[in-house]
Design a protein around this ligand. Sequence first.
Ligand code: IFM
Length: 429
Amino acid sequence: MFLWGTATASYQIEGAVGEDGRGPSIWDTFSHEPGRTRDGHTGDVACDHYHRWPEDVALMAEAGLNAYRFSIAWPRVQPTGRGEPGKKGLDFYDRLVDALCEKGIVPAPTLFHWDLPQALEDEGGWLNRDISGYFADYAAIVAERLSDRVKMWITLNEPFVHMVFGYGLGVHAPGRALFLDALPVAHHQLLGHGLAVQALRAAGAEQVLITNNCTPVWPASDSAEDLSAADAYDTLHNLLFNDPVLLGTYPDFSAYGIAKLDFIRTGDLETIAQPLDGLGINYYNPTRIAGPGSGGLPFEDAGITGYPTTAFGWPVVPDGLRELLVSLKARYGTALPPVYITENGCSYEGVDDQERIAYLDGHIAAIRQAQREGVDLRGYFVWSLLDNFEWAEGYHQRFGLVHVDFETQKRTPKASYHWLKGLIETLKD
Ligand code: IFM
């Protein structure tokens, strides 16, 4: 069964940050610091999904969607990231999973979508190798409770973005600007992924994936400088996260002048390269790269022109998704498991969102073309079900199929919601 779903993340929709024993996360801390998010927005209330989830599940069912990718808030399950689980937090996800199953919607939880318990950040966050083990303990707790009904699990969401934005540039929580010294964050997340796969399997999980955010990298010109800069960027953004999980190796980092990767220990890569049942891919746009960059980086973003852009200013390049999928197949061959597009979507204003319809239509055509070119694709999840808290942009970027009035919490399905519903109906015939 091909999965047609939507995707969300706990901190972006749940709200209820102080309820039922949930501990603080790094996003609670970060968003409350002056100047960190646009207009000082926080996820304190967000879409109030913690209370309104029955309405949100009903919206999915009404659209005919057969899958839902959501994330579990680690600090709801373990308020300090370690030790005994809080009962009420797990109860929330238990009820949600029951309601999804009742409606015939496959639950596909992600265990980590950036809301690290603050107590673990106080111990160094993902710079601290021990966090990998705590992550696996948490995975085991959740799977023991839910794996009788949850068959499909995703360990991490976009470890690249969490490393670069959260620890490299400091524009996301936890707000550290370590540049290339953030590299251990990649390794410790990947190690946590590998250990979590083992824990999930031990608790009866049937299907395990990781979700990487990938981008086709376009050199700005054919010059040797731009070509090698593009390779260097591809290494950091794509290969650093796909190679270890699929091939059990790290790519060559010499372009970065990093000789010592001494945080990698013997046996780590074997742990990271656990067999997977799928690769989750989040795609938004390609990246055009020139070289060399400033600040010691071997590349710089040259920007893409000549394409329509979303309200966020992101170029709309549907064929980039086909290009990406075909290139994954070319690089990994038989090591590439079935692929799920775990996020694809766009930010636009308005309820009559014809641009979003065009965006989705173009990207769905691109995945169909990739299938014709031999890529084993098993699902497509739109980001996002609801307008929600778009991290540093607060509530300014609206990605939802359903409009949310953040004053009243009223949900209004947009034109794209009705369009997607119509499309899914035609697929049933
Ligand atoms: O909102 C984010 C999501 O949390 C991760 N992937 C990209 C989305 C849009 O920026």
